[in-house]
Design a protein around this ligand. Sequence first.
Ligand code: BGC
Ligand code: ZN
Length: 366
Amino acid sequence: MRAVAVFPGKKQVQLIDTEAPRALGEGEVRLRMLEVGVCGTDREIASFQYGTPPEGSEFLVIGHESLAEVIEIGKGVTRVKPKDLVVTMVRRPCPHADCPACRAGRQDFCLTGDFTERGIKGRHGFMTEQIVDHERFMHVVPQALREVGVLTEPLTIAQKGLNELRAINTRLPWSSAGGTRKPKAVVLGAGPVGLLGVMSLIEEGFETYVYSRSKKPNPKAALAESIGAPYISSEECPVESLPERVGNIDVVYEATGASRVSFDVMRVLGTNGVFIFTGVPGRKAPTPVDTDLLMRNLVLKNQVVFGTVNAGFDAYQNSIDALTKFDRRWPEQLRKIITGRHAIDAYAGLLQGAESGIKDVIRIAA
Ligand code: BGC
Ligand code: ZN
């Protein structure tokens, strides 16, 4: 069975031949992997800056954004059946009895740090022909989403963020009461997490703008605008001028992984604004920020800043439901987020070559 594996010790990424997964235990399901998406996290793992092989293994099979087909079910399986399309969750609970998050099935909030993540931390991932996992970590995807189902995992980032945002904004008694004022959101970055965030925020009722580096015209700007989100280039509009363009910025959704521009934009977050971080920047030299200004704004404008990582069971279901809605509302644009489908042999260029397009996907089986 072929698999793409990262060897941190010898700093190599290789297509390896590995054993097919073991016989099925109670509640377990065998999947034939159909498609696996490649993201910035994978590229970091493939440059040996991140990622941990399972204990006792010198390599990590990479891949955490997946779409697969059920080919065999073990005893007692009730949530999936053969031929179902499924997406498998990334993070697994830590073993500690006193971790309330993991014990509550919310390992995305794990308190001990001893969680594992398939394809990232301590557990092999999905860039291989078959996997076995427990049904409790699987979500059925409607057959109608066959072409875009691989976007489920990256979309969970936005969906979890949105769930948190809703919880925070129960503090604004009028936000659920309708009214005529349309809340405004700015999405930083126009990659897959950004564009899926744009769709999520528009669907949630936000007037949504994209703020990104490249000048117009460019394909990502065109895609954002065809969804209904005006694209603003930071080369043409400095951060200070953003409120003039947008109005009171109620939400900033960061999807760039770049800290400098993010903290820069935090200076113009509006009254009662919420700033959502989703990116994980590499460690560079520290950059100065105006702490007095940020702290004054946080207090005098009732602002909230939060970060969000990974996603819980509900966010996966929310993500699948959202994909169904996006597929009705923006069928062409949703498909355009996937800019390349490649054979598994193309792994080296995708993981270690120059970045191009929006979302690249490895097609493992037809
Ligand atoms: C994945 C998350 C994961 C995070 C940190 C992201 O790329 O989408 O599932 O929790 O990396 O490892
Ligand atoms: Zn990812």
